[in-house]
Write a protein that binds this ligand. Structure first.
Ligand SMILES: Nc1ncnc2c1ncn2[C@@H]1O[C@H](COP(=O)(O)OP(=O)(O)O)[C@@H](O)[C@H]1O
Ligand SMILES: [Mg+2]
Length: 506
């Protein structure tokens, strides 16, 4: 019954060269439903949706709208057909106002041929009221929060008359409050007759808002079901292709000598105000110390100072007995320290370099990767192929740019590069932010494996479940200092929450 669907994708295949990103995928969306598209990183979700948004054309297959076969050769064609997409990375112009961004490309002009800002603003205000999308039309995009920028993206699609809205992992960049807000907005949208495709790998979000879910795995559609009729275990298994455990198995730790020692550390943030305040902490060989805390309590500055990326104001950092307080990043790396930074795009990779070159970023100046200043590309590429295999980094080979890997595969690549150097101290910030259950399980296991090899591991994460899952000891950071050290088996989320909010241990 074609008429029941606002959109049908039939046997859609998309190739990038030899690589098949979508392999005869079927997806259909009913009017007024929230349809979740679930799949691991790199499964082919964005690729599939980009074909609806007019950014990619299918290699084969058919897209049917209201019973008619269509070709969506451009974003403006997609808009004409009533399709709007809110991308994972926003496509807004920072220097423009909210209104200017919304109307960009579909400006209404008045009789004099001038852009009619007044009319546009009135229209935007009306749409934003109707759907509960709060924005300040005259604010510059550079000055508004990430959540507000996302609302601008949504308004942009509605302004163009979208009936089907596609959200590509919309909650990855949001705070818990903003997530709740967005899920509410989605419900308003469908109650007003819109239809939604929601890409996510967060099972609780699917459960909170979606009516049906289509699971894809490695480019193939696996199942489409009513959400209420499937368990989380089912969904995870379809997504990953095997059963997934939400709790990582591990043996008791066997901590040895102190590898990292931090004494009375003070570190300023960019404006010159102390962000780390008199912080002391030890991490031993053979243990994972997890730092729990709310974003912005000095975690970033702490990690940057340990890795040499930020100057220390006072106090002392020692690694394997050596005072490294004022060492350069390179000198610290050479002391056998691995670092997986919180922002993999900014600090973890060079996105325009190939995946292979990214693997060589820490070793390019050394034999056998280079000799007498000349890079040995066959060695670089060979090493990359080996690491991609070993760490399950999926993508179209080692010669594509780093930016073509999906987020989870980028993260696995950074972790592969850092672990492969066999560091005595491994520092990992937000190890699994934005990743799917399969990649999360894999990464946590690798961290525990490093611990079991006798390495010292320091993990910073905003996810309490993650901290509780991997840590042997949990250090709670609040306002730049450690408010308590607790053992995962002897604490609860509530207790951690209190410490994170500023309570001290009795
Ligand atoms: N333009 C491209 N060229 C080559 N490979 C690509 C391109 N875009 C995506 N891919 C590959 O296709 C696969 C699916 O990617 P994507 O659709 O972004 O996955 P998802 O959104 O499910 O994480 C990945 O392996 C990715 O590296
Ligand atoms: Mg994607």
């Amino acid at each position: 019954m074609t008429q029941d669907y606002v959109i049908e994708m039939r046997d859609i295949t998309k190739r990038f060269g030899e690589f098949v990103a979508n392999d005869q995928i079927n997806l259909n969306v009913k009017k007024g439903e929230i349809h979740a598209l679930l799949g691991e990183n790199g499964a082919g979700k964005s690729t599939l949706m980009n074909m609806l948004a007019g950014l990619l054309e299918p290699t084969s297959g058919e897209i049917i709208i209201n019973g008619k076969s269509v070709t969506i050769e451009s974003p403006s064609k997609a808009a004409q057909l009533g399709i709007g997409m809110v991308h994972q990375h926003f496509m807004l112009v920072d220097a423009f106002t909210v209104t200017e961004n919304i109307i960009l490309g579909s400006e209404t002009t008045n009789v004099a041929g001038m852009i009619d800002l007044k009319k546009a603003t009135a229209e935007i205000t009306e749409i934003s009221k109707k759907y509960g999308l709060e924005v300040n039309p005259t604010a510059k995009v550079a000055d508004i929060s990430v959540g507000a920028q996302q609302r601008v993206e949504i308004l942009k699609t509605l302004y163009r008359g979208a009936d089907l809205l596609i959200f590509d992992e919309p909650t990855a960049v949001l705070t818990p409050d903003e997530i709740a807000e967005l899920l509410k907005i989605m419900k308003v949208l469908v109650s007003e007759g819109k239809s939604i495709i929601l890409i996510t790998h967060k099972l609780d979000e699917i459960r909170a808002v979606a009516d049906r879910v289509t699971v894809i795995r490695r480019g193939k559609s696996i199942e489409t079901v009513e959400v209420a009729g499937a368990t989380n275990d089912d969904l995870a298994e379809w997504m990953v292709g095997r059963s997934v455990s939400f709790k990582t198995e591990k043996i008791a730790s066997n901590p040895k000598e102190v590898i990292l020692s931090i004494e009375n550390l003070v570190v300023n943030e960019n404006r010159g105000i102390p962000a780390v305040k008199n912080l002391s902490l030890d991490v031993r060989a053979g243990e994972i110390v997890g730092i729990a805390g709310i974003d912005g309590n000095g975690q970033s500055e702490l990690i940057q100072s340990i890795t040499g990326l930020r100057k220390v104001k006072s106090g002392k950092i020692t690694i394997k007995g050596e005072d490294v307080t004022h060492y350069s990043p390179r000198k610290i790396t050479e002391l056998s320290v691995g670092h997986v930074p919180e922002d993999r795009h900014r600090d973890g990779m060079i996105l325009d370099m190939t995946v292979a070159e990214n693997f060589a970023l820490q070793t390019y100046y050394k034999e056998p990767i280079s000799k007498n200043g000349i890079l040995n590309y066959s060695k670089i590429n060979e090493k990359a192929r080996q690491l991609m295999e070993e760490f399950d980094v999926r993508g179209a080979g080692e010669l594509i740019p780093g930016k073509s890997l999906s987020g989870g595969n980028q993260q696995k690549a950074v972790i592969a590069r850092e672990i492969d150097r066999d560091p005595d101290l491994l520092i990992v910030s937000q190890p699994t932010r934005g990743l799917d259950v399969g990649a999360i399980e894999y990464i946590r296991k690798r961290l525990i494996a490093e611990r079991d090899k006798g390495k010292a591991v320091l993990v910073v994460s905003f996810e309490l479940d993650e901290i509780l899952d991997v840590s042997d000891r949990i250090a709670v950071i609040h306002d730049g200092s450690i408010h308590g050290i607790v053992l995962p088996a002897e604490t609860t989320k509530q207790e951690l929450g209190k410490l994170m909010a500023g309570d001290h241990l009795k």
